[in-house]
Ligand binder design. Structure first.
Ligand code: PMP
Length: 335
């Protein structure tokens, strides 16, 4: 259902965002437990584990990616891999697999689990060491790849209604500290802000950087719309440069809006006409209330909705990802 016809948004009582069909059909579905890749082998998920001496666990020393698969197409896989290897480089972590080998492992894991619509968690830890923090004691990094179904129910309600956020008292880690430009296993900064949001009865938290400008939400990037132009904070604001953010920036321009990367103050956000958050799991979610203040009229705005609808159209396009099943690739290209 499209609400946007002939340049006019029509009011509708029907939800504008419905749960997309999920193709869970796969050769092994129901037949056996999902498998997880871990350091060269595929194990049933109940048996896949790492050592208690792994520095990923002991010190949050490692990097990861969260990736989506839509109808057999791994969304923006190259960007995710690039970010994984850049994160690893920043912490001097040698990933034992080349990007080509990593690609094969991810595709094989999805195929073994028969998944066409899924969430992938790709993790590289520093590996087993002693109880000291020195990473040199860890002889070899560990790699594991989890592929799971995605429960879309909760997210769909959020997309229809929009979500609320507090502005957290917890500041985003500085770019000269444990910066969120690196997608590391150290998420305590986000966890503390999320706890504060939960306590306040809000859905999420926006986090400010040391300059008092808004960086991002706990696990998503922020966009605002003002006078039909779209703005998002730059990487230097202390954000994780999201893969969804990058594609959304392009999408906004493809839709014909001016798109700017700019520092945003809390005032900019609460006085925006519309706001939304982007992320791999969240996709695009309207942000309708911040600090108890309604953004616009407190409902998902027309430009946000237009961007959300456009995103649904591109997310399984093979041009926006890596098609893993020949059959799926053929079907999509016939559209
Ligand atoms: N910021 C943070 C802190 C995140 O954890 C995430 C989720 N990866 C994002 C932003 C959104 O990034 P992406 O679109 O790549 O999922």
């Amino acid at each position: 259902m499209s609400l946007y016809t002939s340049g006019v948004w029509k009011a509708s009582r029907e939800p504008f965002y419905t749960i997309p069909p999920v193709d869970r059909a796969g050769p092994y579905l129901g037949a056996r437990e999902l498998v997880v890749y871990i350091d060269g082998e595929w194990l049933p998920k109940s048996r896949a584990s790492v050592s208690v001496y792994d520095h990923g666990l002991l010190y949050g020393d490692g990097v990861f990616e969260g990736i989506r698969v839509y109808n057999g197409v791994i969304f923006r896989f190259k960007e995710h891999l690039d970010r994984l290897y850049s994160s690893a480089k920043s912490i001097k972590l040698q990933i034992p697999l080349s990007p080509e080998e990593m690609t094969k492992v991810v595709v094989e894991t999805l195929k073994r689990n028969g998944l066409k619509d899924a969430y992938i968690r790709l993790v590289v830890t520093r590996g087993v060491g002693d109880l000291g923090v020195d990473p040199r004691k860890c002889r070899k990094a560990s790699v594991f790849v989890i592929t799971e179904y995605v429960d879309l129910t909760y997210g769909t309600i959020m997309k229809q209604k929009g979500i609320s956020a507090i502005i957290s008292s917890v500041r985003r880690d500085a770019v000269d500290a444990t910066t969120h430009e690196i997608k590391s296993l150290n998420y305590l900064n986000s966890v503390l802000a999320k706890l504060e949001a939960v306590d306040a009865g809000a859905d999420d938290a926006l986090m400010l950087n040391r300059n008092g400008c808004v960086a991002e939400a706990t696990t998503t990037n922020l966009f605002i719309v003002k006078d039909e132009e779209v703005f998002t904070p730059p990487s230097s604001a202390g954000i994780l440069p999201g893969v969804t953010r990058k594609r959304t920036i392009k999408l906004v321009r493809e839709l014909g809006y001016n798109m700017y990367t700019k520092e945003l103050t809390p005032y900019d956000v609460t006085n925006a006409d519309e706001a939304f958050l982007t992320g791999t799991l969240a996709e695009i979610v309207p942000l309708v209330k911040v600090r108890g203040i309604e953004i616009g009229d407190g409902r998902p705005g027309p430009i946000t909705r237009k961007i959300m609808e456009a995103f649904v159209k591109i997310r399984s396009d093979p041009r926006d990802g890596l098609p893993i099943y020949q059959e799926a690739a053929r079907i999509i290209s016939r559209k």
